[in-house]
Each structure stands twice: as structure tokens, then as C-alpha cells.
Design a protein around this ligand. Structure first.
Ligand code: XMP
Length: 429
């Protein structure tokens, strides 16, 4: 194994992710583990050079103060105990804090600053091969950042022992299913099963106007299609997952209650009985992107903006119809093309079009029309909890409007959404 590691044991500090990031910023790999790890489990982790026992306000769980096992304190790995509740030896000042961390990591633990993406990938390839052996792995490949990066990493580690299933539910953006096929099947020579489930999803969604009901149908149907494909395959024992560290935090740890249950964690069909392979579960989003870059995935896949799981299904407002779904897909493609051309692609956090179930009167070639309108949304945010509207140049908006009304069938009007979050949400439903 190429990388040294400092383990942060979670004794209830909300700062654990920050500490892990600070150690990684020093060039040393760091992972957060639960306080009740056994010495045997700790020793099974590669190259552990030191342990930080990081306590805090959540240290008391169900009335009991949690602690690491005595054998952890007694072992020969250097340990630093930090507790944020009282007399804290841990400096708040950033410079002193970094000096204290450096002293622990480099002087006391003698760790080497050898954390980089190439070493991370080399170590994960070895760990995946150890875990999987000669067995087979199945992966749901949506084409999003996380599933694409985990697919590329698994292909590097085990090649054709991996089967990827890409379900096209008809709610993807223009060109996405094609990109998945080009990158994974044609370029990376993956075992890829492409499932065209467009009619199946749209039939199930027909007439359903309630957003939460739509989400539920899309989520449930997705699992069903995936299960059906899984059952057709023989001898699969592992399931690859694009779980990343923020998913784990949001789903709750032993010391932090769940913010929301994440579809990657815990939403699995239980009766499929797979063991999980989750090589990205200790990475933060920017590191996942760096990993994807290092694995040779295209920028358009690695740096793409967030896209909701239910896809265009929640942007074709109300009951989904095929004509409006195509209109939202086409207008979104035009918006993305123009934002890319005008340097807004990497600048604006999220931008898309939505189509309400609303027609208005217009005029085209001296004839009265009654057609749909399309809304443009472009927002910036740090954590998606609040958002501000991007100040898109007016002439660009006019140009996009002209393109959409000329090129997208059935659309005669374009609106720009000026609403921050709150009072709006980012999506319309
Ligand atoms: P809202 O609309 O709640 O969106 O302000 C915040 C962020 O979450 C995304 N979003 C979703 N992502 N499944 C997802 O995976 C969903 O059902 C969903 N709804 C909203 C949204 O695109 C934005 O980035």
C-alpha cells in the first residue's frame, strides 16, 4: 500500500470532516471511523500511523458517554485526544491548529505526505481486488459523477468482472445515455447493459401530477428495473456503490442524527443479498472529481452540475407528457450549450429549464399560436439550503430565448426565474 493514514475516531465532534480535510491538506490520507472500532479492525486498515480521538458535544449518546475501547488507548499507535467540550488543548487559531496537527502527524506519527490521487487509486485498486477476488460485481451506472467515477475505478481494478447497468428512464438530459455508452462501452470496454425503460417509466407516470408521488414512482420503478436485470445475471456477489463521504454524514453516524436518508445508503433492495463495494466512501465531492479526472473521464462527466435523481421528471411540471418532456430536454440542451459558450458553465452552480403545464397565446408567421412556455433557472449556492439567482447578461437571455422559441417545438414563450431560495426552492417541484 502506498499511502500512510491518520485515523480520526468519531467521539461526537461535528468537526471530524474538517479535521480529516485538514490532515489531507497536509498531504496525508485520513479516514474517519466510528468510536467503537476494535483494535483488530484498526490494525486491518492499511498503514495507520496515528489516531486522533476527537470528542465533542455529541459524545453523550442516549445518556451514555461513548469512548473508544481501552485496547485502542493501549496500542502502540500514537494517539491524540481532543475534546471540544471543556478545557480544550486544541487551538482555535488556524495557524496554531495547523502547527499542532503538523507536529502530531509528521513528528509524533512520522507519517509521510504521500496522499495524492494516483496513490489513492493504486491503493483502492488493490483493496478492491482483495475484497472481490475472482467474483463478480454489479453497478447501477446513472452517468452522474459518483457512479461514473466508481465505475471507472472498478473497471481499472477488475475489468470484466464488473457489470454496469444503465437504466434509461426517459428523464435524462439530452445526450446522457449516449455519453454513458460512448465512455464506458466504447472507450473503457466495460461490460455494459443498457436498459431502455423509457416507455415503462412514462406509462407508470402517466396522469400523476403530485411531485412526491412522481419521485416515489421513479425511485421504486428504478429499483424494480435494476432488480430484474440483476436476477438475469448469474453469480453476482457484490454491488458497487458510488457512496461518497457526504452521503454517509447526511445519512447519520453513530453520533450524528440523519439529515436525510440518502438513496445510496440504506435504500437498497435487501433481499438481493449483496456485499457492498464502496471505494469512494471516504472522499469529499471535489476529491471524487479529482479521482475521475485521474482515471481519464471527460470533464463534461466529472465537472457536471448537480442533477436530481428523478431527473427531468421534476422539471416537466405536473403530469408528465411526452411533448413537454421533449421540450424541456431540448430547451435545457440549448441553455447548457449557450452557458458553456459564454463561460458560465463552471461559474453557475446549477442551471436548467422547467416547463409548466401552461399554454399561452402567441404569434408566429402571422398566425395565432397556443403553445407552452419554458422557464430558465440559474442559481448559485454553497449547500443548496439557500440560493441566489445568477445575474445572467440580458443579451444572452434574449439570445437563448430566440433560440428556444425558434428551435423547440411547441414553445412560444421563455421566462426567467428571479426568485432566490427562500422563498422559492431550486427546483420547481
Ligand atoms: P431544492 O429544490 O430542494 O433543491 O431547493 C436542492 C438541490 O437538491 C436537488 N434535488 C434533488 N436531488 N433527488 C435528488 O437527488 C430529488 O428528488 C431532488 N430534489 C431536488 C436540486 O436539483 C438542488 O440541487
Amino acid at each position: 500500500m502506498k499511502q500512510d493514514m491518520i485515523v480520526v475516531l468519531d467521539l461526537g465532534s461535528e468537526e471530524n470532516p474538517r479535521v480529516a480535510r485538514e490532515i489531507r491538506a497536509l498531504g496525508v490520507y485520513s479516514e474517519i471511523h466510528s468510536h467503537d472500532i476494535t483494535l483488530a479492525e484498526l490494525k486491518a486498515l492499511p498503514n495507520v500511523k496515528g489516531i486522533i480521538l476527537n470528542g465533542g458535544p455529541n459524545r453523550v449518546v442516549d445518556g451514555v458517554e461513548i469512548d473508544a475501547a481501552q485496547e485502542i488507548y493501549d496500542c502502540d499507535i500514537p494517539a491524540l485526544l481532543v475534546d471540544h467540550r471543556g478545557d480544550d488543548p486544541w487551538p482555535e487559531n488556524q495557524e496554531e491548529r495547523e502547527a499542532a496537527l503538523k507536529n502530531f502527524v509528521f513528528t509524533i506519527c512520522c507519517a509521510e505526505a504521500n496522499w495524492n490521487m494516483d496513490n489513492f487509486i493504486a491503493d483502492q485498486v488493490e483493496l478492491i481486488r482483495r475484497q472481490v477476488g475472482g467474483k463478480k460485481v454489479l453497478l447501477a451506472l446513472s452517468g452522474g459523477v459518483d457512479s461514473s467515477v466508481v465505475a471507472a475505478l472498478l473497471i481499472k481494478a477488475i475489468g470484466k468482472q464488473l457489470t454496469c447497468v444503465h437504466v434509461n428512464h426517459g428523464l435524462l438530459r439530452k445526450g446522457e445515455p449516449e455519453q454513458v455508452i460512448t465512455v464506458f462501452q466504447d472507450e473503457l470496454d466495460a461490460n455494459l447493459i443498457y436498459v431502455d425503460a423509457v416507455d415503462r417509466f412514462l406509462d407508470k407516470l402517466a396522469g400523476v401530477a403530485d411531485p412526491e408521488q412522481k419521485r416515489k414512482i421513479i425511485g421504486t420503478e428504478f429499483i424494480r428495473v435494476f432488480e430484474e436485470e440483476a436476477r438475469k445475471l448469474d453469480g453476482i456477489e457484490f454491488l458497487g456503490q458510488g457512496t461518497i463521504y457526504p452521503d454517509i454524514i447526511e445519512s447519520g453516524t453513530k453520533t450524528v442524527k440523519a439529515v436525510k436518508s440518502h438513496h445510496n445508503v440504506g435504500g437498497l433492495p435487501e433481499d438481493l443479498n449483496f456485499q457492498l463495494v464502496e471505494p469512494l466512501k471516504m472522499l469529499f465531492k471535489d476529491e471524487v472529481r479529482a479521482c475521475g479526472k485521474a482515471l481519464g473521464l471527460p470533464d463534461s462527466m466529472v465537472y457536471r452540475q448537480p442533477f436530481p435523481g428523478p431527473g427531468l421528471g421534476v422539471r416537466c411540471l405536473g403530469a408528465i407528457t411526452r411533448d413537454r418532456l421533449e421540450a424541456v430536454r431540448e430547451s435545457d440542451a440549448i441553455l447548457r450549450e449557450e452557458f458553456a459558450k459564454h463561460g458560465l458553465e463552471g461559474k453557475v452552480w446549477q442551471y436548467f429549464t422547467a416547463i409548466p403545464d401552461l399554454k399561452s397565446v402567441g404569434v408566429r408567421d402571422n398566425r395565432r399560436t397556443e403553445e407552452w412556455c419554458v422557464m430558465i433557472r440559474a442559481v448559485n449556492t454553497v449547500d443548496a439550503m439557500t440560493a441566489t439567482v445568477e445575474n445572467v447578461p440580458f443579451d444572452l437571455l434574449q439570445h437563448i430565448t430566440a433560440r428556444i422559441t425558434n428551435e423547440v417545438k411547441g414553445v412560444n414563450r421563455v421566462l426567467f426565474d428571479l426568485t432566490p431560495k427562500p422563498s422559492g426552492t431550486i427546483e420547481w417541484e
